[in-house]
Design a protein around this ligand. Structure first.
Ligand code: NAP
Length: 249
């Protein structure tokens, strides 16, 4: 696959999907800043990317729930890369919906991890990219953000916030040279879904990464991964609320 980005920041770089994206960019000799909370894992990924052709890989260790640390992460990545071609925001967790129902703190933590922290980073990188007069922000949201299901509406609410924020940010930046790509995966076979029984709707991290990298390089607005989720979600959105609220899924 032909890629062009030379300087890339990956937030949540230990994510299985993000790792596969990074491998595609590494082949082209890109330089990376990898941000995540597990230093050993980040260093192992950095080594792997270097072996695959990356020119330089720096790691930045942070728990992304700590919003106070975000500006320092952004500043350090700018200092390392100077001009940033692309940022991929990929961190997330799949919270236990039952635990969230029993604890408002668990709910707030899930919203912080999956929603607020991604928005804080989008906001900050948008400012950097407007300043450098160009760049691409890819943010991994989810089809779960399109409608609240009883089994995962806390996660869905966080992703809905990310999707809506990305949409508005893209509109604000339309004439600045900065593009925001909203990435909407369905089910992907990664550590996040290790406990979920696998069915035919599951895609591999490697296959979704190809589509994500292609969409970001093409500066697309919104991309469902795999593409058939666009049609599934069109149908899901058509179900009347009176029926939807009784569906146990
Ligand atoms: N898998 C799916 O079915 C699916 C579907 C739709 C959307 N998505 C989205 O795709 C993105 C990537 O997920 P994935 O499927 O690749 O799962 P994954 O391999 O489990 O990756 C999630 C990553 O987020 C990191 N993370 C979580 N909380 C963090 C925090 N507070 N600070 C720093 N890093 C944190 C995790 O780091 P640790 O390894 O240190 O825990 C992990 O590397 C996520 O945004 C997810 O919501 C996934």
């Amino acid at each position: 696959m032909k890629t062009s980005y030379q300087s890339i920041v990956i937030i949540g770089a230990t994510s299985a999907i993000a790792q596969e994206c990074a491998r595609l960019w590494a082949k082209n000799g890109a330089r990376f800043v990898l941000v995540g909370r597990n230093e050993d894992h980040l260093r192992a990924i950095a080594q792997d990317l270097t072996t695959r052709g990356a020119q330089h890989v720096a790691v930045s260790v942070a728990d992304l729930r700590a919003r106070d640390a975000h500006q320092a992460i952004v500043d350090a990545s700018v200092a390392t890369l100077q001009f940033i071609d692309a940022v991929l925001i990929a961190h997330g967790t799949l919270p236990d919906q039952k635990a969230c129902e029993e604890s408002v703190d668990a709910t707030m933590d899930a919203l912080l991890t999956n929603g607020i922290s991604a928005i804080s980073l989008m906001h900050r990188y948008a400012t950097v990219m407007v300043g450098q007069e160009g760049g691409e922000i890819g943010v991994i949201s989810s089809v779960a953000g399109e409608r609240g299901r009883s089994s995962n509406y806390t996660y869905g609410a966080a992703k809905a916030a990310v999707t809506t924020y990305a949409s508005g940010l893209r509109a604000r930046l339309v004439d600045t040279g900065v593009q925001v790509t909203t990435i909407l995966p369905g089910f992907v076979d990664t550590p996040m879904t290790a406990h979920v029984p696998k069915g035919f709707l599951f895609a591999s991290a490697a296959s979704v990464a190809k589509r994500i990298v292609k969409a970001m390089e093409a500066r697309r607005d919104v991309v469902y991964v795999p593409g058939f989720w666009k049609w599934i979600m069109r149908i899901v959105r058509l179900v009347p609320e009176g029926v939807f609220k009784r569906l146990k899924f």
